[in-house]
Design a protein around this ligand. Structure first.
Ligand SMILES: *[C@@H]1O[C@H](CO)[C@@H](O)[C@H](O)[C@H]1NC(C)=O
Ligand SMILES: *[C@@H]1O[C@H](CO)[C@@H](O)[C@H](O)[C@H]1NC(C)=O
Ligand SMILES: *[C@@H]1O[C@H](CO)[C@@H](O)[C@H](O)[C@H]1NC(C)=O
Ligand SMILES: *[C@@H]1O[C@H](CO)[C@@H](O)[C@H](O)[C@H]1NC(C)=O
Length: 272
């Protein structure tokens, strides 16, 4: 057993020794934050094989038009006007055998947007409001507020009324049993990261249950009106049809009045 551990330890040491003699890539700067422009530089020493070229990646995806066949040991990538969505993990890749690469974090403050500026729900239903952040790094904390006349009231998670479900770049606020008076209004979602905070505002409208039924009631009313018109029209036509039937005398359906009338005629004829 002790021998086995010895072998394992020895091979781990050999592995570490190999790693230490691999290439070194120095980056400048080591990371970027709160900047509007930046030039990312990588400088490789001791490449494992001759350099055949290089390119850059963002969040693991090759950045278009950065591929170069340059054999130089340095490469640069320029970021102009760093926007909220430009943050991420940038990587310089030198084409060696095996490839050599190093990452540079580009961090931007949170950029919070409501999923929709305005949401609506029906009375007594469950309402849901959502916000997303496109920044790197994603917010570490999310808070929801209800905007009232006296200020922003923080919303407490896990009450009968509210539930907050947050992921790093997304947050949801669920509101149960929507009330037209109490729940209608403006809400604020706020994301906080090491680089700052940002918030988004959502307006929630609550419709009465009846209002939700209006389109349906409209159709029902239309159908009733149509049926009534058809009914009245048919009623008006009916007397004509009866006299027609009477003349032909072959109608299977006769009103009692018509039959009585005929009987009378017959009786009269008999008496003549
Ligand atoms: C790259 O690094 C080497 C040694 O660390 C240094 O001598 C050289 O000047 C650097 N080159 C650039 C372009 O930064
Ligand atoms: C949120 O993060 C997930 C994975 O962490 C990613 O797939 C998704 O695209 C991100 N969404 C936004 C809006 O950044
Ligand atoms: C809110 O509470 C629920 C359970 O009541 C929990 O699952 C959820 O993770 C909590 N959300 C936050 C943001 O703490
Ligand atoms: C980045 O800038 C924001 C606002 O400009 C500031 O609040 C924040 O403290 C800065 N972050 C760092 C790490 O300097």
């Amino acid at each position: 057993m002790r021998l086995l551990w010895g072998v394992v330890t020895l091979s781990l040491c050999v592995y570490h020794a190999n790693a230490a003699t691999g290439p070194t890539i120095l980056t400048n700067p080591e990371s970027v934050f709160n900047l509007t422009n930046a030039v990312l530089t990588c400088n490789i020493t001791d490449p494992p094989s001759p350099i055949k070229g290089n390119y850059w990646m963002k969040d693991g995806v090759e950045i278009k038009n950065t591929k170069s066949e340059a054999t130089a040991s340095t490469t640069q990538f320029t970021l102009d006007k760093i926007g909220n969505t430009d943050g991420g993990v940038y990587t310089c890749v030198f084409e060696t055998e095996p490839i050599s690469q190093k990452t540079i974090d580009v961090k931007t403050p949170p950029h919070v947007k409501p999923y929709k500026d305005s949401e609506h729900g029906n009375e007594n239903d469950k309402g849901v409001l959502a916000c997303v952040s496109h920044s790197y790094p994603a917010p570490t904390d999310w808070t929801w507020y209800k905007i009232t006349e006296t200020g922003n009231e923080p919303i407490i998670n896990g009450t009968d009324k509210y539930e907050i479900k947050s992921q790093p770049n997304k947050t949801y606020l669920y509101i149960t049993l929507l009330d037209m008076n109490a729940d209608m209004g403006d809400y604020l979602c706020q994301g906080v990261s090491e680089l700052g905070m940002a918030s988004g505002k959502i307006h929630l409208r609550v419709r009465s249950r009846l209002a939700a039924l209006w389109p349906f009631l409209g159709i029902v009313a239309e159908v009733i009106v149509l049926v009534t018109i058809i009914f009245i029209y048919e009623k008006k036509r009916k007397p004509d049809e009866i006299t027609d039937d009477d003349d032909s005398g072959s109608a299977p359906l006769k009103s009692n009045a018509a039959t009585n009338h005929k009987d009378k005629n017959v009786r009269q004829r008999n008496s003549n």
